[in-house]
Ligand binder design. Structure first.
Ligand code: AMP
Length: 286
């Protein structure tokens, strides 16, 4: 398949979109893996055109070293995006997204404060602001985000509703390895040993869901089982909780849609995951 055109400036993007109004939009930071490609394929199936943005957004990194060290592989990403059905790749520079004088930021209230927001101050302000810019530039009919970053998805849904942005926000299921580990560009940083240890994360989520499937509704017992399944010499829990899916506040009793959310540092690499405790199954656990 021929590679899609790559545009780098706001003006080029607007011009290219004259012929493709109201496309699907898939925002990414590049280093594309099958999780990203699932979003792109879904958008390509549901929209006449799909814009994939590849932008490592400096304002959402708490540590500038992480921003500098983030993997960049534009050429490979363009080919992978094309194969998944992208029509256009928007790969702007930092100056193009944040031109001189840029002074606006989007702050999404309480949803941003807990969990990832507490561990990474300013992270969601950076995410919400860049996503708002992308909505303004692309004016998508639909924009696709992964449930893998569940809090991010809910922050974006809130912003999208509050600011009456164009189109629709579409949440897409988490793509996982055979043992359940959620695909992430960070997985490449795991040593072979830590990669094995990291499988405790989806195992813990599946154990929590199995309890709920068996009729357990008391979150304190579910929480304990999750922590036990997760404990290991190489794993340090940052947070593990069962939350209401809309408010992300902890819930004492499992109600429909209740989510287990987890962040853990495995062999020095911080990983996040989540699971709806009341729906579907966990094939990696059987
Ligand atoms: P990122 O490049 O990490 O900013 O991610 C770009 C988009 O891909 C976000 O909407 C993520 O939630 C989504 N994503 C990342 N990993 C996965 C995965 N394993 N499954 C589904 N979506 C994912």
């Amino acid at each position: 398949m021929a590679d899609p055109p790559v545009v780098v400036s706001r003006a080029e993007l607007r011009a290219a979109l004259d012929e493709r109004p109201a496309p699907g939009l898939v925002p990414t930071m590049g280093a594309l893996h099958d999780g990203h490609l699932a979003l792109i394929s879904r958008s390509a199936a549901e929209n006449p055109a799909t814009v994939v943005s590849v932008f490592v957004n400096p304002t959402q990194f708490t540590h500038q070293g992480d921003f500098a060290g983030y993997p960049r592989s534009l050429e490979r990403d363009v080919k992978a995006a094309a194969a998944a059905g992208a029509s256009l790749v928007f790969a702007p520079t930092v100056e193009e997204v944040y031109p001189a004088g840029f002074a606006t930021s989007v702050e999404v209230g309480p949803l941003s404060e807990r969990w990832e927001g507490a561990s990474r101050p300013g992270h969601f302000r950076g995410v919400a602001t860049v996503v708002a810019v992308l909505f303004g530039l692309v004016r998508p009919a639909r924009a696709y985000f992964g449930e893998k970053d569940f809090q991010q998805l809910q922050v974006i849904r809130r912003m999208h509703a509050d600011l009456a942005l164009s189109g629709e926000v579409v949440g897409c299921p988490t793509v996982r390895e055979a043992d359940g580990l959620a695909l992430s560009s960070r997985n490449a940083r795991l040593s072979a040993e830590s990669r094995t240890a990291a499988a405790a994360i989806p195992r813990a989520l599946a154990a929590m869901r199995a309890l709920v499937a068996g009729g357990e509704r008391d979150v304190s017992r579910i929480d304990t089982a999750g922590r036990e399944a997760l404990s290991g010499p190489d794993v340090e829990i940052d947070y593990l909780a069962v939350v209401d899916p809309d408010t992300l506040e902890p819930t004492p009793i499992v109600t429909p849609g209740a989510r287990a959310i987890v962040a853990a540092v495995v062999g020095g690499v911080r990983l996040i995951d989540n699971l709806d405790l009341t729906a579907g199954d966990a094939p990696w656990a059987s």
